[in-house]
Design a protein around this ligand. Structure first.
Ligand SMILES: [Zn+2]
Length: 142
């Protein structure tokens, strides 16, 4: 049994972090806003808002220009649109209830095809890392 546990520990250290929750330079959750890793959103909660900062392929801040975002939550039968504000770093969206999904549709410019990113806002505390599940720092389980 002990041998098996050691082996599992070894496997988990070899696992790439991007298979679990990817965390950004400010400790937020990274979302993919492109098809080729050239645009990301880093989601942080400040007060009762999600702050979604835009980051480039090197996770460096992106200047805000023509980018747009729509945000939705709720169930498929009754989706609920959320108000999206822009700030200097990205977008600001009201926090959803714990356990609900945040669905984001990002456009780099008005004519671009929207890229959809989503995650479950699970605020339960992870036993492994003591962070909330939506920004869990643990390696993914195999
Ligand atoms: Zn964890």
């Amino acid at each position: 049994m002990k041998t098996k546990l050691t082996l599992l520990a070894l496997i988990s250290t070899l696992t790439f972090a991007h298979e679990g929750v990817e965390r950004g330079p400010n400790g937020g959750r990274i979302l993919e806003f492109s098809k080729n890793e050239t645009m990301h959103g880093e989601v942080l909660v400040k007060g009762d808002k999600f702050h979604i900062a835009l980051l480039d392929k090197d996770k460096k801040p992106v200047a805000m220009a023509e980018q747009t975002l729509t945000a939705t939550t709720g169930v498929r039968e009754a989706p609920q649109k959320l108000a999206v504000e822009k700030d200097a770093k990205g977008f600001v969206v009201p926090v959803v209830k714990s356990g609900e999904w945040l669905i984001l549709q990002f456009k780099n410019e008005p004519k671009a095809k929207a890229v959809t990113a989503r995650f479950e806002y699970n605020t339960a505390i992870c036993e492994g890392c003591q962070a909330q599940e939506w920004i869990c720092k643990c390696e993914p389980e195999k």
